[in-house]
Design a protein around this ligand. Sequence first.
Ligand SMILES: Cc1ncc(C[n+]2csc(CCOP(=O)(O)OP(=O)(O)O)c2C)c(N)n1
Ligand SMILES: [Mg+2]
Length: 743
Amino acid sequence: MATTKVDPKLNENDIAKKAKTYQGLTSQQLIDSYRIMFTSRRVDDREILLKRQQKVFFQISGAGHEALGVAAAFALKPGCDWFYPYYRDRALCLALGATPYEMLLGAVGAADDPCSGGRQMPSHWAYQRLNVVTQSSATGTQILQAIGCAEAGRYFAKHPKAAQKAEGDYRQFKEVQFQGDEITYVSLGDGTTSGGEFWEALNTASNRRLPVIFCVQDNEYAISVPVEVQTSGGNISRLVSGFPNFHFEEIDGTDPVVAYAAFRRAADHCRAGHGPAFVHAHVIRPYSHSLSDDERLYRPDAERQADAARDPVPRLQMFLLREGILDEKGINKIEKEIEEQIQADADRALAAAIPQPETIYNFVYSPDLDPTSAAFETLPAFAAPETAADGKGSAAPNKSPNKTMADLINTTLRDEMRRDERIVIFGEDVADCSREEYLRQKLVKGKGGVFKLTAGLQSQFGSDRVFNSPIAEANIVGRATGMATRGLKPVVEIQFFDYIWPAMMQLRDELPIIRWRSNNAFSAPLVIRVAIGGYLTGGAIYHSQCGESIFTHTPGLRVVFPSNALDAAGLLRTAIRCDDPVLFLEHKRLYRETYGRAPYPGPDYMVPFGKAKIVQPGTGLTVITYGAVVPRALQAAQKLEREHRVSVELVDLRCLNPFDWDAIAASVKKTNRALIAYEDSLSWGYGAEIAARIADQLFHHLDAPVKRIAATDTFVAYQPILENAILPQPSDLFRAMKELAEF
Ligand SMILES: Cc1ncc(C[n+]2csc(CCOP(=O)(O)OP(=O)(O)O)c2C)c(N)n1
Ligand SMILES: [Mg+2]
């Protein structure tokens, strides 16, 4: 049996002191806490000095929040749990294992800054090795992602095989790690609780009993706005107390012992599978919001002095002295060591290499898998001909009936889900029936999407792979982003393009930039299927919108817009197997159109991104289009040929980012005339960019001005007469083609 060795120099008093713990924190852990908290404060101070010397370019501190961060890190399991911190979590990151030198590399924007390689402001933590996930500057966007992260952990625990690597698609490059009892920590300031995504996240965490610790660091200010202006009644704990399944703590976050005990209870609740926890910690903000702010403009001295009296760093120092854990000499020794270390680290960081300008394009997209490459070009394998009744294979051509775009998308999803267990599908109404006992008892057939694109998938693959979301588009995209960061492949649905806007912050500031802003440390390849477009007769303003150029204007996001069933199947498969986030736009009018039906091209059919299709060759003029304008332009082109003997080359772009410039250039060089036709409103639309490029790069090949035909600069009206006048019709396309041919 092992015996405890006792240092003979220690007297009984010393031994008792050594054995004493403070809510489970040992004396040594308290000394470590002080070391980390003091380091955190001193890194802030050093950065402030460097900012004043104009050697760094921004500073935001973690001052006043240090005790909380250390307590959270000590109560959680580094390398097992996941962290979605915010900018005040410097001490948390230090306690998890990040170093002051790494932080100072971030401050100077060095190439080796592990958080972003000089792309993000300092204090935007991202440490892949520590499961600290990249964060942005947008307050609150991390919260729904943290929910998705926790859901992914739970999913992998239930489907461990899904975590395995696989060759030939994004899985080859997406390492998955998970622990059965892992927790996701997410933190935010008091002001950030005002955002809707915070409430969406609480709702989902509560409803799904997710192991997430929400840590609200309440320093009573959001820049200059005090908490009672942000939060009704001034106390967030009171407002959230009704959420089921939560464990709640409201604590003095300047006391590491109190905070540690609270995080331990929170973690126990989460690990036991009871649900999420909410730690509302009252802290202070002894420095201004950031170095760009002067708090004396809105906070009187008395208030600032009252805060200073609660400063966690001197408080812990006093505690250590009072408890006899350290004497003054011991404190001084620690502080001196830290000061010297930070001085040396700052000198090293200032001498570190800075990133080279030519690296700016690195990691906008996956460096590993190029969805425009030949690897994503396969031939269709239409179903084998039916076996004849005599048992001999029929040599007759393929008899399989042509399918709609809706059918082929559904079949593609089905085949991909079978092939890849990492795929999960969620969105509004996408499940067959959330009350699955109705399905089991065969009481209902199931819905599977308002357009039935996901019909039957829940029944086939189960409710943990296909499920309904709340009506909250940010919730869908934010959670999916968190899941994809962990290695799942969410293929989510936005029911109508017109309602994508609540997700806009996630779609603009988060999903597409995760790889770039973390310098390739993190990525979130996923697919967002969106029902888009008009020509519905009665779709009106809120069921007819396009707006693709808003997304093609966002670097990092692939945007696809097929015009027919075969392309939809091939492009969707590429979208799922590739390593980038994809916005997959499905035109509602094309879902069940007779135009462009095709037999199922088999479970491996792929169309590479950025390759246009020449719908028909021609010599008189080039029409560049996509989506539901393709069949309309074809109709107009055929009429022009019939009536005026003008042959039109019709280019279907199929993919809008990347787009096939080579195909456009080759065609315009041949016809010397270009018309860009699109369904969205004319001004600032997708065609504007194409027109500008043609004018810029093909000027000498043009015999006529570059023309555009599109919807009017209005929304789409309900009354069909108005809708027809607003959206480009075959007659409008015909007229525009004719005028261009005659120019
Ligand atoms: C969505 C969004 N709106 C505005 C800002 C600008 N901004 C940055 S921090 C901040 C205040 C945040 O206050 P709080 O959540 O209390 O956190 P604290 O800084 O006090 O820790 C604001 C308004 C932002 N970053 N993101
Ligand atoms: Mg605050």
